[in-house]
Design a protein around this ligand. Structure first.
Ligand SMILES: Cc1ncc(COP(=O)(O)O)c(C=O)c1O
Length: 375
């Protein structure tokens, strides 16, 4: 399909990534798939369905709105809202029937007053991430006790989040794991049914000891590598491809420039292909004169400043590239492949930001190994 900009997502790859992760979990731990931020840009609902088909048992999101979107689509799997909830957001969160994150006693009180039916609650210990959760183990235990004592609250889980799981060899990961294991063990002794969870994708792939009862995987489910290496090495299949097409090819003589600020000037006779995709679609301006684009199974450099709706590619003097050809910004074309990890490398960022940054203006289509699928 030739359209201005298109992200196509292989749901069979999502399913296989989940099966691969779920198959290696230690001691029967469950796979919870993180579909926040519109499924890391892939589409939350289609990914959630594929993940559940691939062996995930639960879903996690950051916000009440994200949980509501899953429910509106008819998904009735257990959902955990991992983020903070304001008093204004609480009614919607409760309405979704999702489990909620807590770490303060006053929030437990507010929740107990607001809940009209049983709500699952996961108490968060901050073992070193320094974001949500209490750093105070005694306070965490008081919150556990308050939840257990509240009529309509059910102590569903205890959890933490790692700051450095993706930094192989870093000892802070082991410190956090240790801090959490001690506290979670105490809670479990008093509440044997509680679901203990800590691991993101990196921790899941790195250390089975971190699996506990459940892992919360995002990036690996989408076939991206949490360590920013080639996903192939860990048997993960990138699910998303981002394409545009060649809308125009024009010759550029030496001295002629393309784009704002004339950041690229031809130093030889060549041709420039114009792709009608730009930073408003999520192709970041920082990629100018750094990244490559695949056209007709070859790599070409993205030259000139990226505009809001267009970018330009030096396709060489041989006039091989013609108008109408598909152009791949992330994905495979012939023997070549551009990974989100490669794009992230050009931007000194992480693969997460690359796919999350694909804007809502870009339509998503879904397939299963090339066969069109419902989104
Ligand atoms: C609390 C929490 N758990 C799990 C995840 C999933 O992490 P990853 O995508 O690295 O697997 C995230 C994502 O940022 C998160 O914030």
């Amino acid at each position: 399909m030739t359209v201005r900009a298109l992200a196509s997502v292989n749901l069979a790859a999502v399913e296989r990534n989940c099966a691969r992760l779920a198959g290696e979990l230690h001691g029967g731990a469950e796979l919870c798939v993180v579909v926040k931020a519109f499924g890391y840009g892939h589409g939350d609902v289609p990914v959630a369905r594929a993940a559940l088909a691939g062996g995930a048992r639960r879903l996690a999101v950051a916000t009440a709105q994200e949980a509501a979107a899953l429910r509106d689509a008819g998904l009735d799997a257990p959902v955990l809202i991992m983020g903070a909830l304001s008093a204004d957001e609480l009614p919607l969160a409760l309405d979704t029937g999702a489990d909620l994150a807590v770490w303060r006693e006053d929030f437990v009180d507010a929740l107990a007053r607001a809940a009209e039916r049983p709500v699952g609650v996961h108490v968060k210990l901050d073992t070193g991430m320094g974001r949500l959760g209490t750093r105070d183990r005694a306070e965490a235990t008081r919150v556990v006790n308050a939840v257990a004592a509240a009529a309509r609250l059910q102590l569903a889980g205890v959890w933490t989040h790692f700051a450095t799981a993706d930094e192989l060899g870093d000892s802070f990961f082991a410190e956090q794991l240790d801090r959490f294991r001690g506290w979670a063990g105490e809670v479990r002794a008093a509440h044997p049914e509680v679901v203990v969870h800590a691991a993101n994708s990196a921790a899941t792939l790195r250390d089975p000891v971190s699996h506990f009862d459940m892992v919360r995987c995002g990036i690996a489910v989408y076939g991206m590598d949490p360590f920013l290496a080639d996903p192939d090495a860990r048997d993960l299949e990138p699910a998303l491809e981002l394409r545009s097409y060649v809308a125009e090819v024009k010759p550029a003589a030496p001295g002629e420039s393309v784009g704002y600020g004339r950041s690229w000037v031809a130093d030889r006779p060549t041709n420039v292909a114009v792709l009608p995709i730009g930073y408003a679609d999520g192709v970041r301006r920082g990629l100018a004169n750094r990244a490559d684009v695949l056209i007709g199974g070859r790599r070409y450099p993205l030259t000139g400043t990226i505009s809001m709706d267009n970018l330009t590619v030096d396709v060489g003097p041989d006039a091989i590239v013609t108008s109408g050809q598909p152009a791949t910004l992330i994905g495979r074309d012939g023997d070549h492949r551009i990974l989100a990890e490669e794009v992230a490398g050009h931007l000194a960022t992480i693969n997460y930001e690359v796919t999350c940054g694909i804007s809502q203006r870009v339509p998503r289509t879904y397939h299963r190994d090339g066969v069109p699928a419902d989104g």
